[in-house]
Design a protein around this ligand. Structure first.
Ligand SMILES: C[S@@+](CC[C@H](N)C(=O)[O-])C[C@H]1O[C@@H](n2cnc3c(N)ncnc32)[C@H](O)[C@@H]1O
Ligand SMILES: [Zn+2]
Length: 380
């Protein structure tokens, strides 16, 4: 038997890493050492974004490491120079030590801690990449995390409280993130990600850091956003100008991204009362240069099929970075259209691109009135 291998555990291959873990029928935070196979997408994309932006030799910090598979993969696949692994659960730390041996990782490239992630991050200032991946909300860790990343480095933030951010529990979202979500809008998940981005931007701005979002996505039950850190009050102020509100008409689907001072209350298209969400990030979610770099390096990493599928969607979506998208079901419901044209027809009719947020959604840069005109013509 290999060193460190448990007798009852399943062998799992993820990227170039090998793990021995006993997977329960339902993945939950009560597992002795947490490992969620569906989060391979989260780990794949963190490797890819860091590799695309920084190449080999990054110093990465995995402060909620759990099984430690992310740290191992960063060393084996993304050629990180060092991984700082931490988990508050001592059992996870023991398993991670086994994992290092099982995978033949050079021990001099790993630093291991077992303390509260915020306390550890407070002591670090020089990380090229920090990955915040908690159970639930990242809020408790954000302040320390923005300090630990070096200038020019990256911060990755995961959130699994997507129901809160997307509007199922609006009071919790307002209390936790300081923003009003909007479940009524068909792009409520996008609103959730934009609220998360706003929160991270604000956490940086209070220290005169500019944390620019460069890549974000929603997958199953989590959101993940990557931020590139710069320093300077003016840069932080500039970034804050992309914080605003979304106004939305639940009658005709009009939507608009506005600054606080330009808030409208009545729909300019149909006169209905407008709903709103925010404050939230109204700037871009994807940096086009990073998307190009990702395309160049994507073949160099052993990524899962799910990740490649998601990336493919996002590559198209990043060409039309609108605030909000349309869905077939919302159009069908609001305009009482029973036999809707297919998504492909909508894409050509509206000059649209698909969105990764939902298989029935599309983005278009057409003005809302123009969209309605084309919709009604197409139904004649
Ligand atoms: C969602 S899991 C992390 C999964 C891991 N990043 C991965 O990719 O597989 C969250 C981990 O955070 C750890 N944790 C919870 N609270 C913590 C804290 N305050 N400081 C450090 N680790 C913590 C838990 O023990 C758990 O292993
Ligand atoms: Zn309207």
């Amino acid at each position: 038997m290999e060193e460190g291998r448990s007798q009852v555990a399943d062998v799992i291959h993820e990227g170039r890493a090998k793990l021995y873990i006993e997977l329960p029928p339902i993945i939950s935070s009560r597992m002795p050492v947490f490992y969620n196979p569906h989060m391979v997408v989260n780990r794949d994309i963190s490797l890819l974004v860091v590799f695309a932006l920084m190449g080999e030799g990054a110093l990465i910090c995995d402060p909620m490491g759990a099984s430690g598979v992310r740290s191992i993969r960063f060393l084996l696949e993304a050629k990180a120079s060092k991984a700082i692994y931490n988990d508050i659960n001592p059992r996870a730390v023991e398993e991670f030590k086994n994992l290092i041996k099982i995978n033949g990782v050079d021990e001099s490239k790993v630093e291991i801690y077992s303390e509260d992630a915020s306390l550890l991050l407070r002591k670090l200032r020089h990380c090229d990449y920090v990955d915040i991946d908690p159970f639930g909300s990242p809020i408790p860790f954000l302040e320390s995390a923005v300090l630990s990343v070096k200038r020019g480095g990256l911060l990755g933030v995961s959130a699994t409280d997507t129901a809160v951010l997307s509007g199922t529990y609006p009071a919790t979202c307002i209390r936790r993130y300081g923003s009003k979500p909007l479940l009524e809008a068909e792009f409520y998940h996008e609103i959730g990600i934009r609220i998360l981005i706003k929160k991270v931007v604000e956490e940086g701005a209070k220290f005169d850091f500019a944390l620019m979002p460069v890549f974000g996505y929603s997958y199953r039950h989590h959101f993940k956003v990557f931020f590139k850190k710069d320093i300077g009050a003016k840069r932080a102020d500039k970034l804050m100008r992309d914080i605003g509100y979304i106004v939305y008409c639940s009658k005709c689907l009009y939507r608009s991204a506005v600054k606080c001072e330009d808030m409208e209350t009545l729909c300019p298209v149909c006169g209905n009362d407008l709903l709103y969400a925010g404050p939230l990030w109204i700037g871009k979610i994807w940096n086009e240069e990073l998307i190009m770099n990702i395309k160049k390096v994507v073949d160099k990493l052993p990524l899962s099929k799910e990740t490649l599928k998601l990336l493919n969607r996002i590559e198209q979506e990043a060409n039309k970075q609108t605030v909000g998208f349309y869905t077939l079901s919302a159009i069908g419901e609001k305009f009482k259209i029973e036999n809707l044209p297919s998504l492909e027809k909508f894409l050509s009719l509206m000059e649209g691109v698909r969105t990764h947020f939902t298989g029935e959604g599309f983005r278009t840069t057409l003005d809302h009135r123009e969209l309605l005109k084309r919709l009604h013509h197409s139904l004649r």
